[in-house]
Design a protein around this ligand. Structure first.
Ligand SMILES: Nc1nc2c(c(=O)[nH]1)N[C@H]1C(S)=C(S)[C@@H](COP(=O)(O)O)O[C@H]1N2
Ligand SMILES: [Mo]
Length: 443
């Protein structure tokens, strides 16, 4: 061996020595195959939980996209949809039935809350997979694991952001709408792939074990699944302490309880007392005409009684034409009353009796032609909700009001005194409070 060859060998050896040893999958804790001992585990349980989630996920996705459609036209320059403030939907959000947006956002919320316990149970049922080794076996295997990471990550992200939005707890300047929307895109992509890969397994599992048959088994008749043919079964099952149907019953009750609590602030807004986890679900303040939920108080919005006093004027414009009206001028116009809901994506709906002037009358006064749209701006200086655009079908519905009163009394400052928009089937956020200007323009 030449000196050069010896040197080469020595270099190689030292490099070999420096390489860390390939990490084996540790044979400890959850990495041990016999760590998970529940006899409930198995394909049937996972398939059943997955199938129970599917209709709820479909409802949440459809109503989510409908909500996105309802947000068109958007909030003027305050683009909340993160670049997706374009009309993807080829239809104008209708103003009838008046409860339409309340229904879609209620269903979204109810399905989203109801899915939480089922998702947690399903993740529990597949958790041994997380610790499976070796972590990467092939390109296909690693792609599947990546898609599962996206699926699990995005579903947890969607539920957590949805819940904290209902709690009005976004302490980190968090842009809920674009984040929730983009996560939904990731989620639906990953879910589609997951369904393609898993539906055949669900079908064969239900064919072999019966879709509902295990629900008939109490704890005495229940057997653990066979780990030799069922990769989700525990290889070392313990004695059962609850039957599969008992476990599913607990999950189902949790799901129903959350759905009921959510529905009580929305769909069934007559039983708000049940909405004890929803900060906007219950009442809005001192007893009286204004005792219903307040999304943002005047104080938080920086709107003071001075700004809304005698000096206040509604300033309407179309092109270079400008019309200014005092509150007395507005009260001297024809007044109309409508019972209309405010349906908020923060998880609540409230129905009230509003009185004020028709938006069509204001549009005519401003000289705006049929088909015009309007940008409504608030006295509020900052914040994304200080303005909104209304489409022509929303202006032209004769039930659409610039409300001056609610429940027979002047609006309270918190509900938008001196004047606020109220339009049938409009998302709550577009019903601008403390209106200052209405800029009409041709669509
Ligand atoms: N100027 C202004 N208008 C606004 C808001 C706001 O923060 N500022 N919040 C909107 C939202 S999100 C909802 S749900 C409704 C709530 O109306 P309320 O507080 O009278 O119930 O007002 C809308 N109008
Ligand atoms: Mo809202």
């Amino acid at each position: 061996m030449s000196a050069l060859e010896r040197l080469g060998e020595a270099v190689e050896e030292s490099e070999e020595a420096r390489k860390p040893p390939a990490p084996p999958v540790p044979d400890a804790g959850p990495f041990r195959r016999d760590f998970f001992t529940s006899p409930l585990r198995g394909r049937w349980l996972t398939a059943f939980l997955g199938s129970a989630m599917l209709p709820l996920l479909v409802i949440a996705a459809l109503t989510g996209f409908l909500s996105h459609a309802a947000y068109n036209p958007g909030l003027g320059e305050n683009d909340l949809t993160g670049g997706f403030d374009v009309d993807l939907y080829f239809f104008d959000w209708p103003t009838s039935p008046v409860w339409l947006y309340s229904l879609t956002q209620s269903l979204h919320m109810i399905a989203g809350f109801a899915v939480i316990p089922i998702l947690l149970a399903k993740l529990w049922s597949v958790i041994p997979r997380l610790f499976e080794g070796p972590p990467v076996r092939s390109v296909a295997h690693s792609l599947e694991r990546l898609s599962l990471l996206l699926l699990v990550g995005s579903s947890i992200f969607l539920l957590v952001t949805g819940v904290i939005n209902v709690q009005y707890w976004l302490p980190f300047g968090f842009a809920f709408l674009p984040a929730h929307y983009y996560a939904a895109m990731v989620f639906l992509g990953a879910l589609a792939l997951h369904l393609v890969l898993k539906l055949p397994i669900v079908a064969s599992t239900f064919r072999r074990e019966g879709a509902f048959r295990p629900l008939g088994e109490g704890i005495e008749r229940m057997r653990a699944a066979n780990p030799a043919i069922d990769t989700l079964a525990s290889p070392a099952p313990a004695e059962p302490t609850i039957s599969r149907r008992g476990m599913l019953g607990v999950v189902g009750l949790g799901s129903l309880a959350l759905a009921g609590m959510t529905a009580s602030a929305n769909l069934l807004s007559g039983v708000r007392e049940l909405a004890f986890l929803s900060p906007r679900g219950q009442s809005g303040g001192p007893a009286g005409a204004g005792d219903f939920p307040v999304n943002k108080t005047a104080q938080l919005a920086g709107v003071t009684p001075e700004m809304t006093g005698d000096g206040w004027r509604l300033r309407m414009s179309f092109g270079s034409e400008v019309v200014e009206l005092s509150r007395e001028d507005l009260l001297a116009m024809d007044q109309y009353s409508e019972r209309l809901p405010i349906a908020c994506v923060e998880g609540w709906t409230t129905w009230q009796d509003w009185t004020g002037v028709r938006l069509t009358d204001l549009a005519a006064m401003a000289g705006a032609p049929g088909g015009a749209v309007v940008l409504v701006e608030s006295l509020q200086e900052g914040g994304a909700f200080r303005q909104a655009t209304l489409a022509s079908n929303q202006i032209e519905d004769t039930r659409s009001l610039l409300a001056l009163q609610v429940n027979g009394e002047d609006l309270t400052l918190d509900h938008g005194y001196p004047a606020r928009v109220i339009v049938p089937a409009l998302p709550g956020v577009h019903n601008t409070k403390w209106v200052r200007t209405m800029k009409f323009s041709e669509a």
